[in-house]
Ligand binder design. Structure first.
Ligand code: ZN
Length: 362
């Protein structure tokens, strides 16, 4: 998973510098942000430890990659040495500018959102980040607490890497709770105030929002963000790989289960929207979201799917764990559409083509 994560970071950097080559020649390199949302929120609503796992791995991988990027840019890695002793104004302008020029610019280019350091205190350390047009929660309504765990981890990881300190973060305001933008506070890991805020934030397990209903907007082409609903594929790859990274083998089973439950709800939603319950709805949905291309063969007993330009499998490394949510989703979708319990039987790659066989239980 680390390989995929690091490669996605480098692709985002290349993308910000306009040096990124197309990863998907046919579909292009953007997805609808609902794709990532549906996966992350399915996991968070089913497994109480999933926000913590996502936060922690996003933080560790952002920190690791920040160090790599800083080195790539030719900056000394101890640039922020004795950051604690810097005058507030110098710290604010230097850190603010670096973040803006490199990390915020990567995210803006990838249409993840617009990140700005808006406030900084040195003693005790408190950095406030505002994040507009946040990809992670755009269009979500009615949440009782912020749910942008991936970005909370990523922001604390970037800042930990830059100033070489152990930091943590939590979200103090979120678009999903009705705010106009998301806001995060970052501070020292051992700071009681930060510690309490962070553990409170991550232990909040209830996703009190109907993210399946949210799909209506996507299907009806109602944009949920001023900057549009498309985001770079590498954001999606990062979110999914980070959600698995703590224990890919075990978590792949959770991803499959959550995917399968979501797939059933998705089938009903698509049947309502397209006016009929057909396997063809799947192709329409995936192409609408820019997730993949799908070819189908076979019948209700044995169904062969060939997936190409699949978001989770682009790039040279293709661990099957990355596909676990999608496979669960396809099992749930086909079962609900065919009205028979379908099971994933086999999957393999033939070059870039991913073959998936499903069959009915009996
Ligand atoms: Zn948020």
């Amino acid at each position: 998973m680390d390989k995929i994560i690091d490669q996605a970071w480098i692709s985002l950097l290349a993308n910000a510098m306009n040096k990124q080559e197309k990863m998907r020649p046919e579909i292009g390199d953007t997805i609808d942000l609902y794709l990532t949302q549906s996966r992350l929120l399915s996991l968070a609503s089913k497994y109480t430890d999933s926000p913590t796992l996502l936060y922690q791995t996003a933080q560790a991988s952002a920190r690791r990659n920040t160090t790599v990027i800083v080195r790539k840019l030719g900056m000394p890695t101890d640039y922020f040495w004795k950051f604690d002793y810097w005058p507030r104004s110098r710290a604010m302008s230097t850190l603010g500018q670096l973040v803006k020029r490199v990390f915020a610019s990567m995210m803006t280019q990838a249409k993840e959102g617009n990140m700005t350091i808006v406030q900084l205190e040195i003693e005790p350390l408190r950095i406030t980040i505002d994040f507009e047009d946040c990809v992670e929660c755009a269009g979500i309504e009615g949440a009782t607490q912020g749910l942008c765990y991936y970005h909370a981890g990523t922001f604390s990881g970037i800042l930990s890497g830059l100033i070489n300190q152990e930091l943590d973060a939590y979200e103090t305001a979120c678009q999903a709770t009705g705010n106009n933008y998301c806001s995060f506070v970052v501070g020292a890991k051992e700071d009681i105030y930060i510690k309490g805020g962070n553990s409170n934030y991550l232990s909040h397990s209830e996703v009190s929002t109907d993210f399946v209903a949210r799909l209506d907007k996507t299907l009806q082409n109602q944009s949920v963000r001023p900057v549009g609903d498309q985001a770079n594929v590498n954001y999606h790859r990062l979110a999914i790989a980070n959600a698995l990274s703590a224990d890919p083998e075990r978590l792949a089973i959770n991803h499959f289960q959550a995917g399968s439950e979501f797939g059933r709800k998705l089938a009903s939603k698509l049947a309502g929207f397209y006016g009929e319950n057909k396997l063809d709805n799947m192709s329409k949905y995936y192409s609408r979201l820019g997730e993949l291309r799908i070819e189908m063969e076979g019948n209700q007993v044995l169904l062969e799917l060939v997936l190409t330009e699949c978001t989770e499998s682009i790039g040279p490394d293709k661990p099957m764990e990355m596909m676990s949510f999608l496979f669960g989703e396809l099992q749930g979708l086909t079962s609900e559409i065919i009205k028979k319990e379908m099971r994933v039987r086999e999957s393999h790659f033939d070059g870039e083509r991913l073959h998936l066989t499903l069959s009915s239980q009996s």
